[in-house]
Design a protein around this ligand. Structure first.
Ligand code: ME8
Length: 593
């Protein structure tokens, strides 16, 4: 049920209703996913994370959003390697009552708090290898220009009017709430205090004259947009939820506050007595980063995709598209929504003292290890639980044992003493299973492996398109297991390079396994960039051979020359991913307590 705005609105009404057939047309909108093989058609993509409040230090939930966006963006770069084809922004949301109050409570000027916490986010994202091309702070001048311009456009189009807003406001969530979404809970003094039913945060009664946005006019255009593009909000259950919300009437939305009450924000153009509502301010960041209001922004809009948590779905799937339509623009390309991380079964919160510090995790599990864990275990459709043992178990089994073990088995000096990518023998492993002559050694399972790895890039791309990065990683991991099975089955350590019968087959087994590893390394780049780099470097794969367009898996099997056959492997760089369970004293402590 969606009742999000004023309980009572008084003011000038009567602008004509909006329909998509007018200038709010979605004609610029294109929904087709990108082809896997680096096609340039529809090739530009811009990814954004939410901009994070600076009232508290970053936690693993914030990092998770940034990593999802980073992986999508890096995967897009693998498809379309040109730097000009991909953009990616993240940043901090620095205005509003919540920040004003947090600064006052900390005895700091709001700008000091913003500088301090924004720097923490920037440092975390740098350390976690988040490859954003822009970091926006809403206190920057470029953003004020964009927000005020956007405001003037809405005003000029008759979509803002002055009215009296009276109702509940939750400063923690920076949102208006109808009575039905408010409950009473005992406060610190034992008295019953009004709180938000959803978040449990305190709410206060507000009555003031504000500028109001004619949100109510956009219910049908929003429905048309969502019905016309079933993937606009992904995964599907969130799309469905928004359409359900839109079954209810959509009240107009208060979009400013009295400056005497909220001074920490962007003033309404031409009316300094009012400050622009922080959500309108924050949402416009997605335009600021692509150059709005300069015309250049049009080359990125609406090819922009937002990655957000489920807690801010209403703002992104209702307010934001309505504001955009109101300003004569299309809704965003995609809104990718993810659920939340809980900790040992509980919601993560400062008051429960269970907030997981992402920097400790990056230290403990390495940057690649922790990125892999969050993206492999995080399932956007439902909440996921965090605990340390789970991380260790996953990383030890999938990165240290399965992937690291496989690389070691195929490159170790005792098995591959010449240190080269050995030749593939087509007589040992003919492309037609039935056509094998006397030297044929490949078995049915080997053909199954080749076919699984050959289709893996396409499968992975589909999973990325559907915002199921965890499934992409599951598919890679399953192929790694299959490749280990292949090596185990043919036990190359029992074959002899000196034997004219064994040698071609031994070379073929190693060649196939190295080709599989090359595919895994390429596909893992968006998730574990530095581990993938080490893996590919060890295989002798140059930096220009790491895109999806350059993959050409097992070309000799498919009747083409292989650029890798006979190539020298890269230098030995040690263990790919060290096991965690024996090496970490903190884990022993955690087990004992
Ligand atoms: O809402 N698990 O900022 P915010 C996973 N400034 N992700 C989580 C999470 C959890 N437990 N907790 C938070 C705001 N997140 C606004 C956004 S955008 C124009 C303005 C992530 O600091 C998730 O992406 O409260 C969520 O949507 C976001 O942090 C909220 O961050």
């Amino acid at each position: 049920m969606l009742r999000i705005s004023a309980l009572r609105l008084l003011g000038r009404r009567g602008a004509s209703r909006v329909s998509l057939s007018e200038d709010f047309s979605l004609r610029h909108y294109s929904s087709g996913p990108l082809g896997v093989r680096g096609d340039t058609h529809d090739s530009r993509a811009y990814f954004t994370t939410p901009i994070f409040y600076v009232n508290a230090a970053p936690h693993i939930g914030h990092l998770y959003s940034a990593l999802l966006a980073d992986a999508l963006c890096r995967h897009h770069r693998l498809r379309v390697p040109s730097d000009a084809a991909t953009g990616f922004s993240t940043g901090t949301d620095e205005h509003g009552l919540k920040i004003q109050q947090a600064a006052a409570a900390a005895g700091l000027a709001p700008s000091e708090l913003c500088d301090r916490v924004s720097a923490q986010f920037q440092q975390l994202f740098r350390e976690a290898d988040v490859s954003s091309t822009d970091f926006i702070r809403t206190t920057e001048a470029r953003h004020r220009i964009a927000v005020q311009h956007f405001w003037r456009v809405l005003k000029a189009r008759g979509l803002l009017y002055k009215g009296l807003y009276e109702g509940w406001y939750c400063a923690s969530d920076e949102c208006f709430l109808p009575e039905a979404k408010v409950t009473r809970q005992p406060g610190p003094s034992g008295d019953l205090c009004p709180v938000s039913l959803e978040s449990g945060h305190p709410v206060s009664w507000t009555k003031e004259e504000n500028y109001i946005f004619r949100l109510s006019q956009f219910r049908e255009p929003l429905q048309q947009w969502l019905r016309g593009d079933p993937q606009a909000i992904t995964p599907e259950p969130f799309h469905h939820t928004v359409l359900q919300w839109l079954e209810e009437e959509l009240p107009d939305l208060s979009v400013s506050r009295r400056s005497s009450h909220l001074h920490w924000g962007i003033p309404v153009p031409g009316d300094d007595s009012q400050t622009i509502y922080v959500w309108l301010d924050a949402l416009v960041n997605y335009l600021t980063v692509i150059g709005y209001p300069n015309a250049e922004f049009q080359s990125w809009w609406p090819t922009t995709s937002h990655i957000i948590g489920k807690d801010i779905l209403k703002f992104h799937a209702i307010y934001w598209p309505a504001l955009l339509l109101g300003a004569g623009m299309s809704p965003p390309h995609r809104i990718y929504v993810h659920s939340h991380w809980t900790v040992c079964g509980q919601k993560m919160s400062k008051s429960l003292g269970n907030v997981v510090d992402p920097r400790t995790c990056l230290d403990r599990y390495t940057v690649d290890g922790f990125r892999y864990f969050l993206l492999r275990q995080g399932v956007p459709s439902w909440d996921c639980d965090y605990y340390d043992e789970k991380v260790v178990k996953l990383l030890d089994s999938e990165l240290a044992d399965a992937l690291g073990g496989l690389l070691n088995r195929c490159t170790a000096n005792r098995i591959n003493p010449s240190g080269i990518y050995p030749a593939f023998c087509t007589a040992c492993f003919p492309s037609e299973p039935g056509s094998a002559g006397p030297s044929g050694r490949a078995q049915a399972e080997d053909y199954a492996l080749v076919s699984a790895v050959a289709t893996l890039p396409e499968q992975v791309a589909d999973h990325y398109d559907n915002f199921q990065i965890y499934k992409a990683l599951e598919a890679v991991s399953s192929c790694v297991r299959q490749t280990n099975g292949f090596v185990q089955r043919h036990a190359p350590w029992k074959l002899n390079w000196e034997s004219p019968v064994d040698a071609p087959w031994l070379g073929t087994v190693l060649h196939v396994a190295l080709e599989c590893l090359r595919v895994f390394g390429t596909l893992l780049q968006p998730v574990t960039p530095s581990l993938a780099d080490r893996l590919l470097s060890r295989l002798g794969v140059s930096s220009t051979e790491r895109s999806l367009g350059e993959l050409h898996f097992l070309s000799r099997f498919y009747g083409h020359p292989s650029p890798f056959e006979g190539r020298r492997l890269g230098p030995e760089t040690g263990i790919l991913f060290p096991r965690l369970d024996q090496s970490r004293s903190w884990l022993v402590k955690a087990h004992k307590t």
